[in-house]
Design a protein around this ligand. Structure first.
Ligand SMILES: Cc1ncc(C[n+]2csc(CCOP(=O)(O)OP(=O)(O)O)c2C)c(N)n1
Ligand SMILES: [Mg+2]
Length: 624
């Protein structure tokens, strides 16, 4: 062939192609696929593995992971830290290596965060079926276990011939870089095709820049939106993750400074305003602050910016109680914009807020309204102080006192990561976000085990930034294995490991919903056969140490403060281990969350819980 083609295997071509892809937004250019995570087995060892070796670290950095799911979590943490302008790929073997991706892919897609998945697949020729680890479908011969990735991917293809990679790789990049469509993208790679040579057009490897666009609002929608805000007396902004993805924090602040409209935030949106901005009301919904939820109950216009309106945000449809409430949704996806029968502004968050501010020039909410929410904010600050305050320095800390100690230990740029357990609720109510990237709560999938690998991804994206992965004992046990990766890569990741002998969160939920804490404590079996015996003699601190971390055991509030400071100062991965006092120091929920309770039951606890449940359900509204 002529000089205009290059003979490479499909895997070599893919790696070379990926290394030449860039995103660009606001004049900033980044590698779209900045590195590749991998665990090798048959299905990728001789294909993508050999291709990565030939490419070398300069062309495609390689990261060695311990579990396929957690490699996706790391990639998601990385992409979120960089506002989705850069992502990572994950290569796996066929079979179990591939299906381990499913949870990570769902998490990425729910949170609208880009990750490129490259699972190995059966031979395209079917010449040796069934392969080791191949699940044969007796009716649909082209189905493999990788098809489980279809419903959790935003784009899926199986590359059954080398040249089929060309259009598919381009579509994959389009989706990854598209702010409305992004999520997990899967290119399943039959392992024989990975190793097959082809004469690739040279243009396939040319540098390509994918513009991450900022669509402006439609003029007709904008006019209607401006009118809606002007005529509202009690408008409330609900800031979601889209504010961060769009880097719209400054535009939001300018909008709020000009209009006086207050901001309540979802888990993904917290930190959109600094916590000490007078219009920042903190979290909203089931885990929200009293001031946010009080305002939400009486708001006549809810302005959702980049939010999916999950049940936690809407208190399962019970939060927005003003009979005249209307919604205005500014969202880059029409799908989310149309929720709650809203007026829509389908556009980029930053651009939309800027245009809305222009249209609202001179408009401001009433002084009485501002005074009302400022007073509510002050009252909530007291609630936070009370929850954080530890009277006795020598006492065992409660969980909110742990957060108070962490609050005192961190700097403005530190990143605090969490996803599941009782911490998300406490953090949503209490945490004081000092910078846009500080509050890193994965609550789209609320996936136990996200925290530690995501911390690695965040540190890869922001070297030198102190990162705190906050994990409960249950979460730690779910997925501690990437600690080894942090050790291997010399990343000074900090873990705060809170030991309370089981699932405090689900135990509490179980109690409220008639489940009597069944199966939620980590305890020996008692004489009656239930898990209500003594706590287990399990030493998770020793476990973290065995994986290579430095471990600091804190038994009191004072020791905790010292340990957090030492961990932050250390250049080694460090785990601060603390057993907490279960005394309830977290503020109670201000709004409901719908977890259906048994409609008929023999046990009294469930019967009573159902009565409470029926009263709550009666408050549900349908917004049409
Ligand atoms: C992968 C996964 N499995 C199950 C759940 C359901 N779940 C939510 S919180 C929780 C318990 C978390 O325990 P722990 O980390 O110890 O935190 P605690 O509740 O004690 O604060 C469980 C099982 C989940 N969120 N993710
Ligand atoms: Mg626990």
């Amino acid at each position: 062939m002529s000089a205009r083609t290059r003979r490479l295997t499909t895997a070599q071509a893919l790696v070379r192609f990926l290394s030449a892809q860039y995103t660009e937004r606001d004049g900033v250019r980044r590698r779209l696929i900045a590195g590749t995570w991998g665990i090798f087995g048959h299905g990728n060892v001789a294909g993508v593995g050999q291709a990565l070796l030939e490419a070398g670290e300069d062309v495609m950095p390689f990261h060695q992971g311990r579990n396929e799911q957690s490699m996706v979590h790391a990639a998601v943490g990385y992409a979120r830290q960089l506002n989705r302008l850069s992502a990572q790929a994950v290569t796996t073997s066929i079979g179990p290596g591939a299906t381990n991706l499913v949870t990570g892919a769902a998490l990425a897609t729910i949170n609208r965060l880009p990750v490129l998945l490259l699972p190995g697949d059966y031979f395209a020729t079917h010449s040796a079926d069934p392969l080791l680890q191949q699940l044969e479908h007796p009716v649909e011969a082209d189905v493999s276990v990788n098809d489980t990735l279809r419903p959790v991917s935003r784009y899926f293809d199986r590359i059954t011939r080398p040249e089929a990679l060309i259009p598919s790789a381009l579509q994959a990049m389009r989706v990854l870089a598209d702010p409305a469509e992004t999520g997990a993208v899967t290119l399943a790679l039959p392992q024989d095709v990975q190793a097959e040579a082809y004469d690739w057009p040279e243009e396939f490897f040319a540098e390509r820049v994918w513009t991450v666009r900022r669509p402006a609002p439609d003029p007709v929608e904008l006019t209607a939106a401006v009118e809606a805000v002007r005529s509202a007396e009690r408008p409330l902004i609900v800031a979601g993750g889209g504010v961060h993805h769009s880097e719209a924090e400054q535009a939001l602040k300018a909008f709020v400074d000009a209009t006086g409209i207050p901001v309540a935030s979802t888990q993904a949106g917290k930190g959109s305003l600094r916590h000490d901005h007078p219009a920042d009301l903190g979290g909203i919904g089931h885990t929200g602050t009293a001031v946010s939820d009080d305002l939400a109950r009486t708001a006549d216009l809810v302005i959702g910016v980049g939010t999916r309106y999950t049940d936690f945000t809407t208190a399962s449809g019970t939060l927005f109680q003003n009979p005249d409430v209307r919604f205005l949704n500014l969202n880059i996806t029409g799908f989310d914009a149309h929720k709650l029968a809203a007026r829509t502004l389908v556009c980029d968050a930053r651009t939309g807020l800027e245009k809305l501010a222009e249209g609202l020039a001179g408009h401001r909410v009433s002084e009485a309204y501002e005074a009302e929410y400022r007073a509510g904010k002050e009252r909530w600050d007291e609630v936070v102080e009370t929850a954080y305050r530890a009277g006795d320095e020598n006492a065992v800390p409660t969980q909110t006192q742990v957060l108070g100690a962490l609050d005192a230990a961190v700097g403005d740029e530190d990143v605090v990561i969490n996803a599941a357990g009782s911490l998300p609720g406490d953090l949503h109510k209490l945490w004081r976000s000092r910078s846009p990237r500080q509050y890193h709560l994965e609550y789209g999938y609320s996936c136990m085990g996200y925290e530690i690998p995501a911390g690695i991804g965040v540190q890869q994206a922001a070297p030198g930034t102190p990162v705190w992965a906050l994990v409960g004992d249950g979460t730690y046990l779910m997925m501690p294995t990437e600690i080894v990766t942090a050790v291997q890569e010399g990343l000074p990741l900090n873990i705060v490991l809170i030991q309370n002998h089981g699932y405090a969160s689900i135990g509490g939920l179980s109690e409220e919903t008639g489940g009597e804490r069944f199966g939620t404590a980590y305890r020996f079996r008692a004489a009656d056969g239930t898990f209500t015996g003594a706590p287990l003699p399990v030493d998770l601190a020793a476990n973290a140490a065995s994986l290579g971390m430095d471990v600091l055991r804190a038994k009191t509030v004072r020791e905790l403060r010292e340990a957090l400071a030492a961990a932050r100062a250390s250049d080694r991965p460090t785990c601060v281990y603390v057993e907490t006092d279960p005394a309830p120091t977290a503020p109670p929920a201000e709004a409901w969350w719908d977890v259906p309770v048994a409609e008929t039951a023999a046990r009294e606890a469930a019967v009573e819980a159902r009565e409470r449940y029926d009263r709550q359900v009666a408050g549900r509204r349908r917004h049409l």
